[in-house]
Design a binder for this molecule. Structure first.
Ligand code: NAD
Length: 353
């Protein structure tokens, strides 16, 4: 066994249907009294419900969270937190809302209680992103990790089905790359395999049974595990391609992950047979990359970059960008190989594994 370092985040996790009712007790436990409730404009009514649940412990609502945390929004939220003398932030929503809470905490060290309503996993990672002048910069700081995460599967039922499925594949991508990350370790590999198993099992059933709490619980449990992987070990070619392609050409975040994942995993397959075996076993499929492609197909997720808005004339530039400051990857790659991979993903072909 290779030597390894394992970092465990000190978050407190409350999981279960109806778990959101414990929010006030969790705020008290932190010694806080004035919570600023954060959401997107689309989920403002959820933020209002949270605020009314909290009564006097709610200091106010800031419902302007948006994708990729524009610096202007972060500054506005920081100012509101200060003005209202908030002593904690409650983020109800997906990665965009959690991201805004992290941007506040980065400057003020305000403790965050996250109530995730998608499968993005940001609530258990130290990773933050801020977008200034159209450029998204990411960083990592343990101080932005939410102190408490309340996973309530009932709150995920309202998630639109396309977001449910794409967000689930996004979570699987975190776990798949964690299995072959440069700093992978045996504990995280166990968590990653179980995360892929739980999430893929949940996703296979959620289309027919969107209100089934057992199914939703499986997905959210899987999302938590996959998020732990993202927060603990590095990522590789797949995430690099998603950040490059998604960020530079303004493609939808979770769908971009869903399209690229089988291709990136297929490319890496010869270099990391043990990781491939684990992914395949978790999916209950003979092959990892083809298994991921087939899962996306069976869920009727978009399978091509073309279908999610990429232009063929941008493929060369995307390959070029992917070669700039590349992430570590278990299999070295050339510009030509990345261009070919992106070409297959653009056309929606099965992975070349
Ligand atoms: P999102 O947070 O952008 O949400 C998408 C839309 O769905 C929003 O309008 C939101 O209000 C709505 N929504 C969310 N949950 C809902 C629900 N249950 N019911 C109804 N509507 C709901 O989407 P996301 O995929 O969760 O997050 C994407 C963002 O998170 C990206 O910016 C990505 O870079 C970031 N992210 C960060 C990390 C990290 O570790 N820092 C990890 C994963 C993703």
């Amino acid at each position: 066994m290779k030597s390894f370092t394992y970092n465990a985040a000190a978050s407190r996790i409350i999981f279960g249907v109806g778990a959101v009712k414990s929010l006030e007790a969790e705020i008290k436990r932190l010694g806080a009294e004035r919570a600023l409730v954060l959401s997107t404009p689309e989920q403002k009514s959820s933020a209002e419900q949270i605020a009314s649940l909290l009564g006097p412990r709610s200091a106010g609502i800031f419902a302007q969270a948006t994708m990729h945390v524009p610096i202007e929004t972060a500054r506005a939220a920081r100012a509101v937190a200060q003005e209202l003398k908030a002593d904690c932030a409650v983020a109800i929503g997906g990665g965009s809302t959690t991201g805004l809470a992290k941007a506040i905490s980065l400057e003020s060290a305000l403790p965050i209680i996250a109530i995730p309503t998608t499968y993005a996993g940001s609530e258990v990672t130290p990773i933050f992103g801020l977008t200034e002048g159209g450029i998204k910069k990411t960083g990592s700081d343990p101080k932005v990790i939410p102190r408490v995460v309340i996973y309530d599967p009932a709150l995920t039922i309202s998630m639109p089905m396309n977001l449910t499925l794409a967000s689930g594949m996004n979570a699987i991508a975190h776990a798949a790359e964690g299995l072959y990350a440069e700093d992978s370790n045996p504990v995280i590999s166990l968590i990653a395999e179980e995360g892929i198993r739980a999430m893929s099992a949940g996703l296979r059933r959620v289309g027919e049974a969107p209100d089934d709490m057992e199914v939703r619980s499986n997905c959210l449990y899987g999302a938590w595990l996959c998020g732990i992987v993202l927060g603990s070990v590095g990522v590789a070619l797949h995430h690099k391609l998603c950040h490059t392609v998604g960020g530079s050409f303004n493609l939808p975040h979770a769908e971009t992950h869903a399209v690229i994942l089988p291709h990136a995993v297929g490319f890496n397959a010869p270099a990391v047979p043990d990781a491939m075996q684990r992914i395949a076993r978790a999916l209950g499929a003979p092959h990892a990359a083809q298994g991921l492609y087939d899962l996306g197909k069976s869920l009727r997720l978009p399978q091509s970059l073309q279908a999610i808005g990429m232009k063929s004339e941008d493929l060369d530039r995307a390959a070029e960008l992917a070669l700039q400051s590349p992430y570590w990857n278990p299999r070295p790659f050339t510009r030509g190989e990345v261009r070919e991979l992106l070409g297959r993903a653009y056309d929606g072909l099965p992975p070349d594994a």
